[in-house]
Design a protein around this ligand. Structure first.
Ligand code: SD4
Length: 339
């Protein structure tokens, strides 16, 4: 029997040039053009998406949406992995990493930035007001202060206490999916095993005009070496946007993501025809196959969106979640995992 829905579905796919393959394990959550839309990593992505949605639902730019969205967890002291209230490095400095990228491949990044609540806005200013892409450390701070940002103490009493507790053992070991534990339970979970708290918000948006942008911001691995920078502010590792194809972002142990230029790789797999979830899976596979024993001990998750609003995710270990906001849904999904 002629199935009209099936016919419409396949014509839409054919007209956008994207072919579905029967053997795919990962099904995109949506099959037709889906915009505006915003997706972001972890459960706290839901509140961040709400901030982005304020912009997108009024036909605003994806770039403005991702900045507004990630500023929400950046300012939240109860989130110990991003911005204000982020856990410090082993010397007690809260050092922040962030980057942003728009539909024209304009991008900006700050690395190891201290004392500024909204590193994402500094990254955007680097993109828009300088001939450069990356500013680091003291130079990034000077630039921020010269451009009206206020110097603040980002180490909250709660984070300071957690750091001081950690100093008693100074044990540096991964706890998988620590990011999904409540802040109150982090020390309980990580002591005495040693905390390796990590988590990032990566956000991808497609606006009503069909333009994509992305943002990624984090305080990085808790108790890292002073000066350590992960994947999050590295364009192509923690974030990549190509308006002709799609965008991707990552979370987890940044060193493993940098090794494979993870987000760029995911976008390139989409360019070759993989649907977003499959593209994320192939990037995870690169990490796992490189060192299978090590992969068992760590988490990396990728989140991707194609330029028609189809999205997907994949991670190494169970437990990676991501939040989706469209005109019809506001949900948190659990990613499929390698193990
Ligand atoms: C980093 N990728 O600094 C970040 C941390 C993170 O979930 O995303 N953790 O390596």
């Amino acid at each position: 029997m002629f199935n009209r829905r099936k016919f419409l579905h396949s014509s839409v796919l054919a007209s956008t040039g994207w072919m579905m393959k029967d053997h795919l394990l990962i099904t995109p959550k949506t099959l037709i053009s889906n915009k505006p839309i915003v997706i972001s990593t972890w459960d706290f992505g839901k509140a961040a998406n709400a901030g982005a949605w304020e912009v997108l639902s009024k036909r605003g730019r994806a770039l403005d949406a991702v900045e507004a969205g990630v500023k929400i967890p950046e300012a939240d002291p109860t989130i110990h992995t991003i911005g204000y209230g982020g856990l410090p490095d082993r010397d007690g400095h809260v050092t922040l990493d962030a980057c942003i990228m728009d539909e024209k491949s304009n991008c900006g990044s700050v690395m190891c930035l201290e004392h500024i609540v909204h590193p994402i806005s500094v990254a955007r200013m680097v993109m828009e007001k300088t001939p450069h892409i990356i500013l680091v450390g003291e130079g990034a701070l000077q630039f921020a202060l010269a451009n009206g940002f206020t110097r603040e103490n980002l180490l909250t009493p709660e984070s300071e206490k957690m750091w001081k507790d950690w100093l008693k053992t100074s044990n540096y070991q991964p706890v998988i999916n620590i990011e999904n534990k409540s802040s109150a339970s982090i020390n309980a979970v990580t002591m005495p095993g040693g905390p390796f708290n990590h988590d990032t918000i990566g956000m991808l948006a497609l606006d009503s005009y069909g333009n994509m942008s992305g943002a990624c911001t984090t305080s990085g691995l808790a108790y890292k070496m002073h000066g350590r920078v992960g994947d999050s502010p590295v364009i192509g590792a923690g974030l990549f946007v190509d308006n002709e194809v799609g965008s991707a972002t990552s979370t987890g142990v940044g060193e493993e993501v940098i090794r494979i230029a993870g987000s760029h790789l995911v976008v390139e797999f989409m360019r070759q025809g993989s649907v977003p979830g499959e593209a994320c899976k192939k990037a995870v596979e690169r990490i796992v196959k490189r060192d299978p024993a090590k992969a068992r001990t760590l988490q990396v998750g990728f989140l991707a969106m194609r330029n028609d609003g189809n999205y997907g995710a994949f991670c190494i270990q169970k437990g990676f979640t991501y939040a989706v906001r469209t005109g019809t849904e506001d949900k948190i999904y659990e990613s499929e995992s390698w193990f």
